[in-house]
Design a protein around this ligand. Structure first.
Ligand SMILES: [Mg+2]
Length: 220
């Protein structure tokens, strides 16, 4: 059983089902600049990774600088979050409801995405407000500290802000880079397989196929 005081949730793919739409838009933007990529290839290659690194890879592939690439992608993403409502990842709402009832764990969100992306997607999915603690939204972005997963810093920052030691944290992640970050932070990590197959998350402490399995694993 994963006894812990703090559960740190990744955002995309763990709470909100944004990966299909964001990777469709990323593939579209890459294809437009001359690097032909499908949504499936984008998920396989880029999910959970730092967008600045993705832009640098794209610049290397097409052989020129791409100053408009990220602003264009982000503008389309925010438009899509407003236009289409973002789904909650299956089982995530039930888990949050049980955690509310038992009051057994602190929780927060820690993502490679910018704050405004998390706020937009969590709002669209109806999850905004579910990570408030002591009057503050406990939503931590790699952009706030300028260090991205797979570096461990974001998870360590989140734990410190929440006042919990790394060994008392469990991270929920759906990407290999997030699993690596959690391990390097000295935290146990649950890998949620789905868009990323279970074998790519095998470094995790525990691999699940659905958020429904988490309640048993956490012993709540
Ligand atoms: Mg993710």
């Amino acid at each position: 059983m994963l006894d812990c005081d703090l559960i740190i949730f990744d955002c995309d793919g763990v709470l909100v089902d944004t990966e299909p739409v964001t990777n469709r838009l990323l593939a579209e933007c890459l294809t437009e600049i001359g690097w032909s990529v499908t949504t499936e290839e984008s998920i396989e290659r880029f999910k959970g990774r730092d967008l600045n690194v993705i832009r640098a890879e794209a610049e290397a592939v097409v052989g020129r600088e791409l100053p408009d690439f990220l602003p264009t992608y982000r503008a389309r993403m925010f438009e899509a979050f407003e236009r289409e409502s973002v789904d909650v990842v299956e089982g995530a709402m039930e888990l949050l409801n049980v955690l509310d009832e038992t009051g057994s764990h602190l929780r927060c969100v820690a993502s490679n995405g910018p704050q405004n992306k998390m706020v937009a997607s969590l709002t669209s999915a109806g999850l905004i407000g579910r990570f408030d603690h002591e009057g503050e939204a406990r939503i931590y972005s790699a952009y706030d500290i300028k260090v991205w997963k797979p570096e461990p810093d974001l998870f360590l920052h989140a734990a410190q802000e929440m006042g919990v030691s790394p060994e008392s944290c469990v991270v929920i992640e759906d990407s290999a880079s997030g699993v690596e970050a959690a391990q390097r932070a000295g935290m146990r990590v649950v890998g949620l397989a789905g868009l990323t197959p279970a074998d790519k998350l095998s470094e995790a402490t525990h691999v699940i196929e659905s958020m429904h399995e988490l309640l048993g694993a956490l012993g709540v």
